[in-house]
Design a protein around this ligand. Structure first.
Ligand code: NDP
Length: 264
């Protein structure tokens, strides 16, 4: 039997085992998917191989650490420098980032020319890179300076919350909250600044899911289309399982969509 897991800290809340186990069962694959509370990424390689895993998902706060220990990163994960899925190939660990495509599938086909991303962590990197790959102009704003270096080094226009007032009159087709502010039921920016930004925009996206979210509530009040991170979770999981078991995403999709609707 093949074994997969999701590593993270905290991990008890993860819906990944439900999504993956249901799809594995429906596809008739002899495999199980567990969750693992990872207290430190030190010695991760040995842990991964000693658990006999064929693959794993990686979640907060280890996506960047694990990218650094992969033998190879394939696809857009190379540019992002963060992985959320790893696969054992012979004695090697191959890393992938399926968050990026998971995000993008939510907005594919919409008329989006430019985007403002709030936040500069691992998920902001994934979102920025997939938007750029699709020729969408991206500006990044973050609370503090340090994490913006990654973006400046790659020629993104960046702002901190201290000088974001310079762009409050810009019309953004989409404003994406890729900060962790919603976990604490906070706004990522001052109320007045966010209100000005929303006045000129069409879509608001918050990567958070499953909880009340002030960012999207304000966006709805201002008449914006609002999207939360729940479908991003679903789509990244479909892509990850396809890599784990080497089965086409289209075969996995109906099973994951079915269980996703039930556990929502
Ligand atoms: P990181 O820890 O890498 O980055 C967090 C970012 O949020 C930093 O830029 C930080 O700013 C900023 N931040 C944190 N708190 C606040 C606040 N109160 N106000 C303003 N900025 C704040 O996290 P990730 O990028 O990995 O994840 C971000 C969010 O996206 C999480 O909530 C996560 O759950 C969600 N996510 C959802 C996914 C999905 O499938 N739906 C997939 C991946 C992530 P600073 O640099 O100043 O500290």
């Amino acid at each position: 039997m093949e074994i997969f897991t999701v590593f993270g800290n905290p991990i008890y809340h993860s819906k990944s085992p439900l999504l993956h186990n249901y799809a594995l069962y429906k596809l008739g694959i002899n495999a199980k998917y567990t969750r693992y509370l990872l207290k430190s990424s030190k010695d991760f390689r040995n842990l991964f191989f000693s658990l006999g895993l064929s693959g794993a998902n990686i979640t907060l706060p280890y996506k960047e650490d694990i990218a650094n220990i992969c033998d190879e990163i394939r696809g857009i994960g190379q540019k992002i420098g963060a992985v959320n899925a790893i696969v054992k190939e012979n004695d090697k660990i191959i890393g992938y980032n399926t968050d990026a495509i998971g995000f993008y599938k939510n907005i594919e086909g919409k008329n989006i020319q430019n985007a403002l991303i709030l936040g500069a962590g691992g998920s902001a990197r994934a979102v920025a890179m997939i938007l750029r790959e699709n020729n969408i102009n991206v500006i990044i704003a973050n609370r503090s300076k340090e994490k913006l270096t990654f973006f400046r080094d790659r020629y993104f226009e960046t702002y901190t919350n201290d000088n974001i007032n310079k762009i409050t009159n810009t019309k953004f087709d989409i404003i994406i909250n890729a900060t962790s502010s919603s976990i604490n039921n906070e706004l990522p920016l001052e109320y007045e600044i966010l209100q000005s930004l929303f006045s000129n925009s069409k879509i608001a996206f918050d990567l958070m899911y499953g909880i009340r979210c002030k960012f999207l509530e304000l966006a709805k009040e201002k008449g914006l289309e609002s999207i939360d991170g729940s479908k991003m979770l679903l789509y990244q999981a479909i892509s990850a399982l396809s890599l784990f078991i080497n089965i086409d995403e289209e075969r996995i999709k109906p099973h994951m969509e079915y269980i996703y609707k039930i556990i929502q």
